[in-house]
Write a protein that binds this ligand. Structure first.
Ligand SMILES: Cc1cc2nc3c(=O)[nH]c(=O)nc-3n(C[C@H](O)[C@H](O)[C@H](O)COP(=O)(O)OP(=O)(O)OC[C@H]3O[C@@H](n4cnc5c(N)ncnc54)[C@H](O)[C@@H]3O)c2cc1C
Length: 398
């Protein structure tokens, strides 16, 4: 079994690593201390993303993307995830659901998003609908060949910089007709109700939107009427894989910094790594990272090799749960190894420690991932998680 990474994947890894080092890390302190970056800096970062060919990485070349495999995406996102302030978000991943657009929608929304001329955000969550997207109240009523959208959406990541919103709403208020709509932000009736502050520093915002009698063209339905939940599920899978890779990168950066510090810092006349208490923390961090990396690359390869939708969904949940919880454990230890210095905002470890907390909440909380895994155990049996990729096929042949 050859576990070496293909040359093309290694090229992407190097490109992303160099990009993070040259463009993202140098902006971290300014972002942390001021809470935002000037427009000119964001514009220059956008240009740099394009110049480095990191635009549209998750879409096919035919629609303006880079045609990266899932393994390549994981390697890229691992490198970008090492940055603080969620600076990885300057490399957009236009929502995977856009692939299901009509030819016109692809030209109007997906291609310009891949070329970074447009930017999307995704609005599913509402005050009354978080973990359970089936309980959304936003509605799109059919009237005279149009839809009239009303509702309230919360936590819309990058909603401040996006120029269109992929809105999840029920057609005619019917919960059996959950549907995604492509909604230009400039349409009358859309307003930002609030821009709350969060635990983390994030390069963009997470505003709350109100939609009041927004008229939407009939051809702005993405996919089919009633097909919204399935497309949202695809978005969750993609986002969970990205979160896993980002948190893996965050953990690796923190581990490397803590490991170096443990060798450098002297107390009681010796390096602190010579105390077994510290050495064992470093050992546990190594194990956690290695296990998560192995899982992340495995699940990515399964998807590249055509894993069916249900398996991809189940394994993406395992990976997201493992990676986000692992990052919490590793970051907590990294802070501890740095002592008081680990509590200073100028230290990337302090920032990452705060920032990985949300990874156990967004795109499905840890409890929801466990519920998905439990559901799959009931439906498909334990082999989905305890078996190996081609094990069942081999047994059948015998
Ligand atoms: C910074 C940030 C950015 C976000 N960006 C976006 C975005 O761009 N677009 C978007 O649509 N949403 C976004 N979200 C929303 C995010 O996906 C939700 O916060 C998340 O799904 C949880 O929903 P909730 O906050 O309503 O919590 P709730 O669903 O109210 O859950 C509260 C608690 O109850 C638990 N719980 C709920 N149901 C169950 C169950 N069945 N079994 C066991 N425990 C359960 C949860 O695990 C949690 O611990 C974002 C959130 C944050 C914080």
């Amino acid at each position: 079994m050859d576990l070496s990474l293909p040359a093309a994947a290694l090229d992407w890894q190097q490109r992303a690593r160099a990009f993070a080092k040259e463009y993202l890390f140098p902006r971290e302190i300014e972002l942390e201390m001021t809470g935002s970056l000037p427009k000119a800096t964001l514009d220059s970062l956008r240009r740099a993303v394009r110049e480095h060919g990191l635009n549209g990485i998750n879409h096919a070349k035919e629609v303006g993307g880079q045609g990266c495999s899932q393994l390549e995406l994981t390697l890229i996102n691992e490198e970008l995830g090492k940055s603080t302030g969620a600076l990885w978000a300057v490399v957009p991943h236009p929502a995977v659901a856009l692939k299901h657009g009509t030819r016109e929608q692809i030209e109007t929304y997906l291609r310009p998003s891949c070329l970074m001329e447009r930017r999307a955000c995704v609005a599913v969550t509402e005050p009354g609908a978080g973990s359970d997207p089936r309980s959304v109240c936003s509605r799109a009523d059919r009237r005279d060949g149009r839809f009239i959208l009303n509702g309230e959406k919360w936590f819309v990541t990058s909603g401040d910089v996006a120029d269109y919103i992929i809105v999840h709403a029920n057609v005619d208020g019917d919960p059996e007709k959950p549907t995604l709509f492509l909604v230009d932000k400039s349409l009358p009736g859309i307003r930002v109700a609030r821009e709350p502050k969060f635990t983390h520093t994030y390069v963009f915002g997470h505003p709350e939107f109100l939609f009041e009698n927004v008229e939407i063209r009939e051809d702005r339905v993405l996919g089919s009427v009633g097909g919204g939940l399935e497309l949202t599920k695809d978005w969750f899978v993609e986002a969970r894989l990205q979160i896993a890779a980002n948190t893996l990168g965050a953990a690796i950066r923190a581990f490397e910094l803590a490991n170096a510090w443990a060798a450098e810092r002297q107390q009681f006349g010796r390096a602190i790594r010579d105390f077994q208490a510290i050495e064992f923390m470093l050992a546990d961090m190594s194990v956690d990272i290695m296990a998560t990396k192995s899982l992340a690359y495995r699940v990515s390869c399964e998807i590249d090799n055509g894993a069916d939708r249900n398996l991809a969904h189940a394994h993406a949940s395992v990976l997201k749960l493992q990676a986000s919880e692992m990052a919490g454990r590793v970051l907590d230890k990294a802070v501890q190894i740095f002592g008081g210095r680990g509590y200073m905002r100028e230290n990337p470890v302090e920032r990452l420690n705060r920032e990985v907390r949300v990874d156990r909440i967004w795109e499905g909380t840890s409890e929801i991932q466990r519920a998905i895994i439990g559901g799959q155990l009931r439906k498909r049996g334990s082999g989905v998680f305890t078996g190996w990729v081609n094990e069942q096929a081999i047994r059948r042949e015998k």
